[in-house]
Design a protein around this ligand. Structure first.
Ligand code: ADP
Ligand code: MG
Ligand code: MG
Length: 916
């Protein structure tokens, strides 16, 4: 431990770390180092490693200080030398920021302190040295405020609680009769510092710390503490970031955007994070510092002239007013803009990805304070990957790997119906902060959004502005509307990350939290009223608007084609109706992997015939009822086969326990008695008779077909007759008949014989033939273990991983809701095994069955049709064990196609690693 390095320096074009060291230095620290190495101007500083955070969480403050004190002291000396200033000096003090920075970026979740090192002496030194007293006191009051918030715990827990510092500022502005923070005089700022310190003393009982070293250690340890604050914990949960990672701490010399008219601070994206367009964009403020741009205190200005003109139209600002009050950086500081534009090019070329950057201009000098791969919407993710491929910045495999399959989900969601939108009235316009279409009921508080969503309501969260504590509520909402804040505001950035529709900075709307009202264009809306948002245009509409299906076109379509070329696994869809089949097919499914027949029995006329069959006293009665069901089923299959023409369709024979179909209410039972000409009592007895203690392990699956072979006969006949009918119409079908819930070889063999005998009879009757397969689901652990025997009878296996998971874990899927969430919370299991395949246990059985099945039947067809067929990490596993296809719900087909391509690439790469 003695020689272990805990502190990594950077500055003046050199660095001890680099971009590859994110685990140790956090994303921010690693990239600050890297920017030094590639010749981008960054204020010097050092990074305290994430390992120290772990040490802090285990051993506490004293142990940390003892371990790293010497290294930190030396590092401060290095910065002093580079800056020509001295930490704690009266005349020429070094001021620093203390910044959090985890491996994965967690925007706004943890804390930062700026201007550290100031006290009553240093502030005079800074004033004299800069010749700008106002700037010195502005920095000082910001420092006291941030230190109070972060280190002394004075930040209010929620937006509704009073913020002691903001209250003092508001009062001060009232006393002085000014509107903006910037309108306060130097004397006012001095007075603010005094009042802030009194507030701090009231809070802690101690004087505000004047010793810079005390300030530094207080801030460093508070940043470590912020790793464990509630909103950071919640964010990590949502983004699946492990708690063990910890955060690094960056201590960095200050540069000042608040030195006057020749200084500024801003944030920018090298491409559009909402649409992916190759357009530099961002926001800045003159004479401002740090978070001012994103905090929504002043209206931020655009970086580029083009962006500025676009913005002014949306914000309804005239060109004259724009030029005077909101000029772009390009217009206001052309030289700085040129340098920034050049930096943009340099960073994109180096990182080969869209960057999200922070910069500060101090007296006509440009400094970069952060760069990271920018968060973006699903649409932007696809466009940027495909554009960069076109620009030859990345290759095909990289383009495929750049897109997170889950993010495609956003592109598959409905958009506003083009006709409905023509009739809708636009009530307000804000910034198109995060694309998508959202319709829902208004709520004004994040907590309400969560509660209403739990009740199954669709809500739009309407806020003056959002802050990190609104995270969970934002996640529960369909869309977010804010009155304040630009394209880089908290709401905008977080919404894009979540893929949530968001309209921000709709300045013309009036929100009253107290009365829970929203006024737009003269109309007053209350909580619960419906509005609609278009996050791509910024339009806010009155009422509900109908939506329609999205389609695979443009870059998305190209990405899919590229994926199909790489993928080994084919993707089918699970579909029980012609319309589902069509959706799946349009999204690129190459067949149906699971068509459940029981869903076909739920229509009005159908259910009666089905019930007659179930309630019949003997085989003759059953056959009579089945004869009524035959044409109904045949017609259903014709519809599906037609929708899936030329592609294979796996049809599963009747699976669920029969009691699911019988009427459990008296009204339904009376009706059945009438239809069947029996007494109500007889119906009741039969229903009673069918009830099972544990139906999921009861009379279902092939156990039905083996006890009532006439059901299997009828279904086989319906399938094949449907296919032959289509053949007459020159439509090709490839039916695959699937026996559910097989556990023993004989069970399967008997069913196969019935199916084949029935089909032979149909062929003879019709004098026509088609190709078909008979196979089984593998969903009972025993079946996986004796797959070599079952493969003697089954021409294909389809892994039913829902039942398989249920039976391997012994968790009832319908009851797991009571304990699974707690298990996950406590870390007893990592993920819900019904969503993400348990590779260790369930996967082992899949692997065994694949190997044994192939041993008996070399060319056996293998696929999976459980919920896991649409889950990327599970798909990767199915690729590795060598299945031919996965089958998933229609809307997940494109996700599965991309995940299948990524599986090929990932496995090729790891094979290369192993063999080189
Ligand atoms: P976050 O992770 O929440 O973005 P940061 O650590 O990046 O927090 O800092 C918050 C703000 O302060 C950013 O705008 C950043 O650019 C600015 N900032 C941080 N350190 C300095 C510094 N040394 N000089 C000037 N501005 C800084
Ligand atoms: Mg930052
Ligand atoms: Mg099953």
């Amino acid at each position: 431990m003695a020689n272990k390095k805990h502190v990594y320096l950077f500055g003046n074009g050199t660095a001890e770390g680099n971009a590859k060291m994110k685990n140790l230095l956090g994303g921010k620290g690693a990239n600050l180092a890297e920017m030094n190495l590639i010749g981008v101007a960054v204020p010097p500083g050092f990074t305290i490693t994430t390992e120290v955070c772990t040490l802090y969480n285990e051993k506490g403050r004293d142990a940390v200080v003892a371990t790293i004190k010497d290294e930190v002291t030396n590092a401060i000396t290095e910065i002093e030398n580079m800056m020509g200033t001295k930490f704690g000096d009266k005349e020429n003090p070094l001021l620093v920021s203390v910044r959090s920075g985890a491996r994965a970026s967690m925007p706004g979740m943890m804390d930062t302190v700026l201007n550290l090192g100031l006290n009553n002496d240093a502030v005079e030194g800074i004033a004299k040295k800069s010749g700008n007293e106002r700037f010195a006191w502005d920095s000082y009051r910001r420092f006291v405020q941030m230190y109070g918030d972060v280190v002394l715990g004075m930040k209010p827990e929620s937006k509704e609680d009073p913020d002691p510092f903001e209250d003092i500022i508001e009062k001060m502005k009232e006393e002085k009769g000014v509107e903006l923070d910037n309108d306060l005089s130097t004397d006012d700022l001095k007075e603010l510092v005094t009042r802030f310190k009194i507030a701090a003393k009231n809070q802690t009982g101690h004087d505000f710390p004047v010793d810079p070293w005390e300030q530094l250690w207080g801030s460093v340890t508070s940043v470590f503490d912020s790793w464990m604050n509630d909103r950071a914990i919640l964010y990590r949960k949502m983004e699946k970031i492990p708690d063990e990672w910890g955060t690094a701490v960056n201590v960095q010399a200050m540069v000042f955007g608040n030195m006057g008219e020749n200084s500024a601070t801003g944030v920018a994206f090298t491409r559009d994070a909402g649409t992916g367009e190759n357009l530099f964009n961002g926001e800045y403020l003159i004479d401002a510092q740090g978070e001012d741009v994103v905090a929504g205190i002043r209206t931020p200005q655009q970086i580029t002239k083009e962006g500025s003109i676009r913005w002014s139209k949306l914000a309804q600002v005239s060109e004259e007013e724009r030029i005077v009050s909101y000029p772009s950086l390009e217009e206001a500081m052309p030289l700085m803009y040129k340098q920034l534009f050049e930096t943009r090019r340099k960073l994109e070329n180096h990182y080969r990805d869209m960057q999200d950057i922070e910069f500060t201009v101090e007296n006509g000098r440009l400094w970069l304070l952060q760069t990271r791969n920018g968060k973006r919407t699903g649409a932007a993710m696809v466009k940027i990957a495909m554009d960069m491929l076109k620009e030859k910045m990345i290759n095909r495999e990289e383009a495929i790997m750049r897109v997170n399959p889950e993010k495609l989900d956003e592109l598959l969601h409905p958009v506003f119906d083009t006709e409905a939108i023509d009739d809708a009235s636009v009530m307000s316009k804000g910034l198109p902060a995060s694309p998508g279409a959202a319709t829902g009921q208004i709520v004004f508080h994040a907590d309400d959004a969560e509660e209403w969503a739990v009740q199954g309501k669709k809500v739009i969260l309407v806020r003056i502005e959002t802050s990190p504590e609104d995270l969970a509520g934002m996640n529960s909402a369909e869309g977010i509307l804010t009155a304040r804040g630009g394209m880089t505001s908290h709401a905008a950035v977080v919404a894009r990350g979540m893929g949530k529709c968001c309209v921000s900075g709709a300045g013309s709307i009036k929100i009253n939290y107290h009365d829970k009202t929203l006024i737009m264009d003269g109309k007053t809306y209350s909580e619960g009223d419906f509005i609609s948002l278009n996050g791509s245009t910024g339009d806010v509409y009155d009422g509900r608007i109908a939506t329609m299906e999205a389609e695979l076109s443009g870059d998305f379509g190209k990405l899919m084609k590229l994926s199909d070329k790489k993928a080994k696994l084919l993707v089918r869809t699970n579909a029980d109706t012609p319309s589902d089949s069509k959706v799946g097919r349009d999204f690129g499914a190459v067949g149906i992997g699971l068509c459940r027949t029981e869903h076909m029995f739920f229509g009005d006329d159908k259910i009666t015939a089905m019930r007659e069959m179930i309630l019949a006293g003997d085989e003759a009665g059953r056959r009579e009822a089945l004869a009524k069901l035959l044409p109904i089923q045949r017609a259903d299959f014709e519809g599906i086969f037609e929708a899936m023409h030329d592609l294979p369709v796996t049809v599963r024979l009747l699976d669920p326990p029969l009691h699911e179909f019988v009427p459990h209410d008296e009204k339904g039972q009376k009706e059945m008695a009438k239809v069947m000409g029996i007494t109500l009592k007889e119906v009741k007895e039969k229903v009673e008779d069918l009830s099972e203690v544990n139906p999921m392990l009861g009379h279902r699956g092939c156990r039905l077909g083996n006890t009532y072979p006439e059901i299997t006969e009828m279904q086989s006949r319906a399938i094949i007759e449907a296919a032959l009918n289509l053949k007459k119409r020159k439509i090709k079908t490839y039916p695959e008949i699937m026996i559910p819930l097989t556990g023993t070889y004989i069970e399967m063999k008997l069913q196969e014989e019935i199916v084949r005998a029935t089909i032979a009879k149909v062929f003879e009757e019709r004098g026509a033939k088609i190709d078909f397969l008979v196979g089984t689901m593998i969903e009972i652990p025993r079946a996986a273990l004796i797959a070599d025997q079952i493969a003697k009878s089954a021409e294909f296996f389809s892994f039913g991983t829902n039942d398989l998971t249920q039976m391997v874990f012994g968790y009832s899927r319908d009851d797991a809701g009571k304990f699974l969430p707690i298990y996950i919370e406590k870390g007893i299991i990592k993920e819900d095994p019904f969503q993400v395949l348990d590779q260790e246990g369930v996967g082992q059985l899949v692997d065994i069955a694949v190997k044994k099945g192939r041993k008996t039947r070399k060319k056996i067809k293998l696929g999976i049709c459980g919920e896991h067929g649409g889950d990327p990490s599970s798909i990767e596993f199915f690729h590795r064990v060598g299945l031919q296809y996965v089958s998933c719900s229609p809307y997940r087909v494109p996700i599965a196609r991309l995940a299948a391509a990524q599986s090929t690439i990932v496995n090729k790469r790891s094979w290369k690693r192993k063999n080189s």
